[in-house]
Design a protein around this ligand. Structure first.
Ligand code: ZN
Length: 93
């Protein structure tokens, strides 16, 4: 079961997005780009394997921000990864 707050978080990196990345029913992707990991909602994050691959690549290449201006000064990777909705959180492939 998904609660509403969870719907705001990027499935890949856990960033809390301004809109609903996948819409109210979690099944209507906006095709917008996550300012943090750069995933396109509805493309690389459309299944668990894609999510895991994209996250792995993002972590391995130094967790660069797609929109560096959006990065908070006190940004914490660990805290953000913690926010990934449970069903997308698997760490290993
Ligand atoms: Zn993201």
């Amino acid at each position: 079961m998904v609660n509403n707050e969870e719907l705001y978080f990027c499935r890949v990196c856990g960033f809390r997005y301004y809109n609903l990345p996948w819409g109210e029913n979690n099944d209507n992707p906006s095709r917008e780009i996550c300012p943090c990991c750069g995933v396109e909602f509805g493309y690389e994050d459309s299944n668990l394997l894609g999510i895991q691959h994209y996250r792995k690549k993002w972590l391995e290449t130094g967790t660069k921000w797609f929109e560096p201006r959006e990065r908070p000064d006190d940004w914490s990777l660990e805290k953000q990864l913690d926010q990934i909705p449970e069903q997308y959180k698997y760490e290993n492939l």
